[in-house]
Design a protein around this ligand. Structure first.
Ligand code: HEM
Length: 424
């Protein structure tokens, strides 16, 4: 055996560590084989305690992944130096069931300490929410790291308001490489769960400043909503998002076809020409909806932040490596496609450097040459991928028009609960 072979093996191991983990199914099959069944079991228990809770957990995936990737940043409480996402416009008094994630984390920490990230928990639990309520089941890719930081501002800027229309939603989802079909299918998540009167008051009483209700509302349904949400109502009162709010099915789309969508952002998918055909299709073909939904959830779960990461632990002490945070901020400046390009370039360049180093090292039978070439490759990769070069910003994100956020008044905090596991 060539004396280079052990070095080659060492080198390949090193390469795996340097290039970082890529999301893949059964990521914990060696380190925590029970992970997926523990999560499902805890979700079952949560559903028995409160049927709605699984829908609330599933919503976390959307609110986590759209804001700087699926990194569990949505679970972080505010700190003196950081305004977290929990109190962002779309989340305050609205995102809930964080305690279910805490319970899952606790069960996983008992079985396999410091192994499974909260970001992966959100992804597994969201899949389970759908499967447990009668929807499709799919294989999830895992291996995410938890973020060190969260951004209320990014959440405010990105997350859509219930007033959004189809054109706005199409554009928003497109920025995340999600197609019109993905967007309509993912909106089908509103097949389970509830929403507050707060989210539809304008629709019932002053649609687009007209002083009138949304004409797209079917009259009998509007009367029902008027009763649920009279002008004097406590706006935290909730109503079901479709006619079967604890069953994941295509009833949501049937409701849209008959003018019985709860949110403006739901109904607009049928009133708008660009999305109507998909609503019709899903209302008639549940299997097609299930397929498209599962595909959309996997794509949503693929959104990554490029921030430095960790596996958040029970006491959630900050174990941050400041340079990693800095690196994270560098990346956050980049547009979304820039971040993707950086990740791909880094992996490609390191692999090329590795292959060239091994081939030349082998040919010259020189370990030193191999290491020198590889080190050169690492330096070159760093120079290309770490600074925020202009070519990483060719697709600047067009954030929400501030007027859209203004239309989305910030309610007062009702409960500011301290979460056992969700703070750092
Ligand atoms: C297409 C754009 C979307 C908009 C504008 C939107 C907006 C909303 C709003 C306003 C609520 C009710 C909040 C409240 O009144 O407290 C809600 C609830 C919900 N959303 Fe969305 N959403 C969208 C997409 C999604 C996606 C992609 C998912 C999941 C993958 C999702 C999952 C949910 C769930 C499950 C609920 C019910 C949660 C509960 O019962 O606690 N939504 N959404």
């Amino acid at each position: 055996m060539s004396p280079l072979v052990p070095h080659l093996i060492l080198y390949l191991l090193l390469l795996t560590v340097v290039t970082g983990e890529i999301l893949r199914p059964r990521f914990y099959s060696e380190t925590c084989p029970e992970a997926e069944s523990i999560v499902r079991n805890e979700m079952k228990k949560a559903m028995i305690r409160e049927a709605r809770s699984v829908a609330s957990v599933m919503r976390l995936q959307f609110h986590d992944c759209f804001v700087n990737g699926c990194d569990a940043s949505v679970l972080l409480d505010d700190t003196p130096n950081m305004l977290g996402e929990k109190l962002a416009l779309s989340n305050i008094n609205s995102l809930r069931s964080f305690e279910v994630v805490d319970d899952i984390k606790e069960a996983l920490e008992k079985a396999c300490p410091a192994t499974v990230s909260c970001a992966d928990i959100v992804i597994m639990a969201s899949r389970d929410a759908v499967a447990l309520t009668g929807g499709p089941d799919w294989e999830v890719k895992l291996g995410r790291k938890d973020s060190f930081t969260a951004s209320q501002k990014d959440s405010d800027d990105i997350m859509p308001s219930p007033r959004a229309n189809a054109t706005f939603l199409i554009d928003l989802f497109k920025r995340f490489d999600l197609s019109v079909k993905d967007m309509v299918a993912l909106s089908g998540s509103h097949s389970i769960g509830q929403a507050r009167c707060f989210s539809i008051m304008f629709r019932l009483y002053n649609q687009s400043g007209s002083g009138k209700p949304d004409p797209a509302l079917e009259p009998a349904y509007r009367q029902k909503l008027d009763k649920l949400c009279p002008l004097s109502v406590d706006q935290n009162v909730t109503g079901p998002l479709d006619a079967t709010p604890v069953v994941f099915d295509n009833q949501y789309f049937k409701d849209l076809v008959s003018g019985r969508g709860f949110l403006n952002s739901d109904q607009t998918l049928y009133t708008s020409r660009e999305t109507r055909e998909y609503v019709k299709m899903f209302s008639e073909d549940q299997a097609e909806f299930f397929r498209a939904f599962a595909e959309g959830m996997v794509k949503l779960g693929d959104l990554q932040s490029g921030r430095g990461g960790e596996i958040r632990l029970e006491n959630f002490e900050v174990r941050s490596d400041p340079s990693a945070v800095e690196l994270g901020f560098l990346r956050i400046e980049m547009d979304w496609q820039g971040q993707k390009l950086v990740e791909q370039l880094m992996q490609i360049l390191l692999v090329i450097a590795g292959v060239v180093a091994v081939v030349v090292g082998y040919a010259t039978e020189s370990f030193r040459t191999m290491m020198l070439i590889y080190a050169g490759g690492v330096v070159l990769t760093t120079l290309i991928t770490v600074p925020n070069w202009p070519f990483y910003n060719l697709h600047p994100l067009k954030w929400l028009d501030p007027s859209e956020a203004e239309k989305h008044p910030k309610p007062e905090v009702v409960v500011a609960s301290k979460k056992k596991f969700s703070k750092k």
